[in-house]
Every structure is written in structure tokens, then in C-alpha cells.
Design a protein around this ligand. Structure first.
Ligand code: TMP
Length: 218
């Protein structure tokens, strides 16, 4: 069995850059590693992503949105994540269930526990082995979002800044609620330091799960 790592964070936390750098480094070091992202990761889930993020879909209902994320997650899990875990891969997944809990559950106001329930149906209790939260003060994240505004906008980028502040509050709740699964990294430091911190956490997890490089399990 491989290792299932999810990376979470509010917009502007630098998540995607770190995920890709960490995947490259693990690869260079001889680990079997796979980068993937949500919503998306496989064809059908990417098609659902297009519906969810389409700026024209302003009438999308909050619960429909939560169900679409859950449906895309299910497809991604059965088609890509589960088979790769069986083959012993380290999965670096850019967002997973906790994004739904923070964005739909808390920020949209559906309720964290309600969104957790529909996601349990979708993922059938396959939770990540560890979730790395790139923690950034809301003001700093918002500054970074504004820098990129108008660059590549999706429907969620159109949200008011108050929504993004709520997402941050949502993650604050999650890191306490799921303290055994969450590992926190301060994302308000140089990209190099953030990368090193994330990399070290994953290597520690590999040792704990007795995964070593060159694809040999100890
Ligand atoms: P990305 O910017 O990380 O690609 O994510 C796309 C957007 O989707 C981002 O605004 C976060 C949002 N999102 C949710 O609201 N719920 C979810 O479950 C996931 C995976 C993403």
C-alpha cells in the first residue's frame, strides 16, 4: 500500500507550486510518486470541474455544488487514487475532502458535518494518511489573490473577499477538529522554506509507513 497525502490551503497559499516541486523532488529521489488535483484528476472529474468553475454558472445551488465536488472526488478516487495506492505510489493530492468542508461546509454555510456525511458516501471512508495545511494569514493570502486577479479567473475567484476570509476560518476549525490527521506548515515564509517543511513531513510519513525509494517496501 502507498501513502495518501493531501495538501490543503486557502487561495494564495502557494499550494499548487509546492505540490509540483515536492513531487519532482520525490521522483528524483527514486520514490514512486503521483501528483494529482481536485476538482479533476481524471477526464470525468475534469468535466465536472468545468461545470463547477464556469463563471457563467452563477445560479449553481450551494448543495448542488457540494454534490458535484463529491461526485468528481468519487470518480477521481476510484479511477486514479485507489489503483495507484494499491501499486505503492505516494499520492500528492492538491485539495481533497477538507476543501469541501472548508468551502462548502463552512464558508457556504451548509455545515461541516453535513458535507462530511455526503463525502463519506463518496469516498467510502478513504481518508488521507496525512493532510498538510499551508497556513497563511488571510491578509497575506488575499494580497496574493489580488495580485493574480484578472489573470485567470474562475467562478470562485469572483467571490467577495469575505468568502475567502470564511474559508480561512473554516480551515482553522478543521485543523483543530482533525488534529490527528492535519500537519500545519506556515506558508507565510520563503517558498524554499515552505517546500523544505512539506518535503520533510512527507519523508517522515514515508518512514512511518515503511515506504522507501526505488519502490522497495522495507
Ligand atoms: P484550485 O484553485 O485549487 O484549482 O481549486 C479550484 C477552486 O475550487 C478553489 O476556489 C477551491 C474550490 N474547491 C471547493 O470549493 N471545494 C472542493 O471540494 C475543492 C476540491 C475545491
Amino acid at each position: 500500500m502507498g501513502l495518501f497525502i493531501t495538501i490543503e490551503g486557502a487561495e494564495g497559499s502557494g499550494k499548487t507550486t509546492v505540490c509540483k516541486k515536492v513531487t519532482d523532488k520525490l521522483n528524483q529521489e527514486g520514490y514512486k510518486v503521483l501528483y494529482t488535483r481536485e476538482p479533476g484528476g481524471v477526464k470525468i472529474a475534469e468535466q465536472i470541474r468545468d461545470i463547477i468553475l464556469d463563471v457563467k454558472n452563477t445560479e449553481l445551488d450551494a448543495r448542488s455544488e457540494a454534490l458535484l465536488y463529491a461526485a468528481s472526488r468519487r470518480q477521481h478516487l476510484v479511477e486514479k487514487i485507489e489503483p495507484a495506492l494499491k501499486e505503492g505510489y505516494i499520492i500528492i493530492c492538491d485539495r481533497f475532502i477538507d476543501s469541501s468542508l472548508a468551502y462548502q461546509g463552512y464558508a457556504r454555510g451548509i455545515g461541516i458535518d453535513e458535507v462530511y456525511e455526503i463525502n463519506m458516501f463518496a469516498i467510502n471512508h478513504r481518508l488521507p494518511d496525512a493532510t498538510i495545511l499551508l497556513d497563511i494569514p488571510p491578509e497575506e493570502g488575499l494580497k496574493r489573490i489580488n495580485k493574480h486577479r484578472g489573470f485567470e479567473m474562475n467562478r470562485l475567484d469572483l467571490e467577495q473577499l469575505s468568502f475567502h476570509l470564511k474559508v480561512h476560518e473554516g480551515y482553522e476549525i478543521l485543523k483543530k477538529k482533525y488534529a490527528n490527521r492535519f500537519v500545519i506548515v506556515d506558508a507565510n515564509q520563503t517558498p524554499e522554506k515552505v517546500f523544505n517543511a512539506v518535503y520533510d513531513i512527507i519523508i517522515k510519513k514515508c518512514k512511518e509507513y515503511q515506504l522507501c525509494n526505488n519502490s522497495k517496501n522495507i
